[in-house]
Design a protein around this ligand. Sequence first.
Ligand code: NAI
Ligand code: MG
Length: 359
Amino acid sequence: RVLRIGLIPGDGIGREVIPAGRRILEALPSSLGLKFEFSDLHAGFETFEKTGAALPRRTVDVLRGECDGALFGAVSSPSKAVKGYSSPIVALRKELDLYANIRPVKSVRTDRTAIDLVIARENTEDLYVKEEKTFERPASEGGRYAEAIKRISERASTRIATIAGEIALRRQKIREAGSSGSSIHKQPLVTITHKSNVLSKTDGLFREAARAALSAPQFQGAVAVEEQIVDSMAYKLFRQPGAYDVIVAPNLYGDILSDAAAALVGSLGLVPSANVGEGFAIGEPCHGSAPDIEGKGIANPIATLRSTALMLEFLNEEEAAAKIYAAVDANLEEGKLLTPDLGGKATTEEVVADILKRL
Ligand code: NAI
Ligand code: MG
């Protein structure tokens, strides 16, 4: 099988870590029967300054027309609004209908505080439809006010819950194959998180659609389903992170919970994500362009390597993905070659070389 992968380094350390993703794909054992071709593509703030477009048309066209998947580094967003600039990854999610944002969070340790969970965040709707309005009103009546639309659909809720169930089953398979280190979970579990006790129409619909999706025949008896109201979810996530396997959430809650969960494993440099649509996936490290360490050669490449594996999972190349995860885990478990964000002294290059050797 030949897979064509779009490479979009973006800004800052994106340019230092995305090449690591390419190298690990090229280093996969030939026994897997996989070949990779690459398309170098542009997006980001520097691209905007040069060309006037943060997401050039060609990038979208090549991804849509020629690629099976992609790796996206990071982009810098100016802290003040710049006319004509908007985030290219947000636009890409829309253009390619990447409806699921998948973020695994895994700790190196396997003790009581071990974490090995995945957050499946709905990526297209909820409050992030950005239909906001400001209204003028006399000060005597309370002054200006603003409103935002929270949109939840049965279709989007169903498909994010379905992918959550599929991820839970696949994790079980990878565990049974024993190829991805030890795990703290025995049985696939999906936790639906919402606030339907207050928002009975919107979150109520999310809950109902997710429940229905997860009672489909392929999940019956194989995936346990539970619910957790989002605020107590935040509490339990910090008290007992090991209790969760796959968490499915509407866009806003998923955004917040996934950043919070990332804090539990020590460094942003470890946490991968994937934007997933029908037959297409973009691996994307969760961190930004990190201007404070740009150009020093010390960015942690692991978030990108894990994002590369995650992309492969959604292109149905589980075996290749498992090999990358295992090589990364082995590097972390030994703990000798770590970048400074993890308290080590190694460079990006040294960590990549060590992981490639283990692969
Ligand atoms: P950031 O994630 O770039 O950096 C936060 C801190 O974590 C920094 O101290 C940085 O050095 C460290 N860090 C991040 N990734 C690391 C890695 N791989 N290895 C070692 N250390 C790492 O977030 P920040 O500083 O808030 O934002 C910087 C720029 O990135 C901004 O322009 C922001 O808009 C953009 N950004 C882009 C994102 C994306 O493209 N998806 C996500 C978050 C921020
Ligand atoms: Mg976020």
